[in-house]
Design a protein around this ligand. Structure first.
Ligand SMILES: Cc1cc2nc3c(=O)[nH]c(=O)nc-3n(C[C@H](O)[C@H](O)[C@H](O)COP(=O)(O)OP(=O)(O)OC[C@H]3O[C@@H](n4cnc5c(N)ncnc54)[C@H](O)[C@@H]3O)c2cc1C
Length: 334
């Protein structure tokens, strides 16, 4: 979430499917969190035996091989359902502004896949994002699916809370689309792996603006016994209308596990005491998500090193709180 200027140009020649064996990718996740399985396999080489074939039979074998190769080119097409390598087709089913009065800069986009997915997305692993393509400019940007609004069968539908950026290349395109228009998505990427059961007593999620989308996704799926969300917004209207419904629905669904507090900038925003109270008592995983400036103010800035975005030093309000009162805390900047 951190970089609103992040831009992924397509490099199709580097995206050979064989190079990406996973059905989803990981980003910004310390490798220590990932299970590594290595197998050692000993093998005694056998003496090679050479097969001698008559010339006519060799020709037959070669031609059959060519025919098989040509045929398999047609029977192994690109996957049709969401995958990290290729873009798959979705249809925009609705585009609902968060509020109409006053008109809001944010809207919830609902998408349905053209091809029914064979398996659900791994929401229980961690916070997932997917990329949406802007076909004219050949760019893609990441967006965070909101938790599912249905309790029935998973039909692969995805919903996104998107803020329209003035002059934004992708959001200008998204907001210009109409219902029934086609979009192209790839992913998912796991942006943050949930701590295993029993590892934390609570998650404190500090979200700015559309950073509420990963906060709700985490609250709906993580194993932490409690999630407290501090949601900072420029205008209260961003938390009303369909977003108020969204938050209320989740709070009802996972009763007692999640609380959401709204902080409006003009009314003072998030204060140091709010963060202090949030990390009191037990082991707390703090996750921060929102625009670059917000992340810097809350937890210090993320840094780019060797073409990769890294966590950077802990700073901002959280550092001040920990220096003042201590605490058993891990911090992750999305
Ligand atoms: C993992 C992840 C998840 C995300 N999830 C969401 C989500 O759920 N919802 C959401 O709304 N966003 C999300 N984002 C942000 C999203 O990916 C886009 O960055 C965002 O929508 C803006 O894209 P854009 O192409 O419209 O804007 P851009 O064209 O990238 O522009 C962004 C802003 O910068 C300004 N700008 C651009 N270039 C310059 C320049 N050279 N000089 C000065 N100003 C400039 C533009 O005017 C605009 O105001 C996520 C990002 C990440 C990395």
């Amino acid at each position: 979430m951190a970089t609103f200027a992040l831009c992924t140009r397509f490099l199709p020649h580097l995206r050979h499917p064989g190079l990406y064996p996973r059905t989803y990718q990981f980003r910004n996740v310390p490798s220590i969190n990932r299970a590594q399985h290595t197998h050692t396999h000993t093998h005694t080489p056998r003496k090679p035996t050479r097969l001698k074939l008559p010339p006519i039979l060799s020709l037959f074998v070669a031609v059959s091989g060519l025919i098989y190769y040509a045929a398999t080119l047609h029977i192994s097409p690109q996957p049709k359902t969401l995958n990290p390598q290729t873009f798959t087709e979705y249809i925009l089913t609705s585009k609902t502004p968060v509020t109409t009065s006053p008109p809001s800069h944010t809207a919830i986009f609902s998408l349905r896949p053209v091809h029914h997915p064979s398996q659900p997305l791994p929401f229980s692993e961690g916070i997932l994002s997917v990329q949406i393509k802007q076909p004219q400019l050949q760019i893609a940007r990441s967006y965070t699916p909101l938790p599912s609004s249905t309790t029935g069968e998973d039909d692969g539908a995805l919903r996104f809370l998107v803020k329209r950026e003035p002059g934004g290349e992708m959001t200008g395109y998204l907001f210009s689309l109409g219902v029934e228009d086609r979009l192209f998505l790839r992913g998912p990427t796991v942006e943050y792996i949930f701590p295993p059961a029993g590892e934390v007593d609570k998650t404190l999620f500090i979200a700015g603006g559309t950073g509420i989308a990963p906060a709700l996704q985490l609250a709906a799926n993580s194993l932490a016994p409690e999630t407290e969300i501090l949601w900072a917004v420029r205008r209260r209207a961003e938390t009303e209308g369909v977003m108020a419904d969204e938050v209320e629905r989740l709070v009802r669904k996972i009763k007692g596990k999640v609380s959401v507090r709204v902080f409006v900038d003009a009314e003072g925003g998030i204060r140091i005491q709010d963060v202090e109270r949030g990390i009191e008592g037990g082991k707390v995983a703090v996750v921060v998500s929102g625009p670059e400036g917000f992340i810097k103010w809350v937890a210090g800035e993320k840094v780019w090193r060797g073409g990769r975005e890294e966590q950077g030093k802990l700073g901002g309000i959280i550092r001040k709180v920990l220096e003042r009162s201590g605490g058993e805390v891990t911090v992750f900047k999305l």
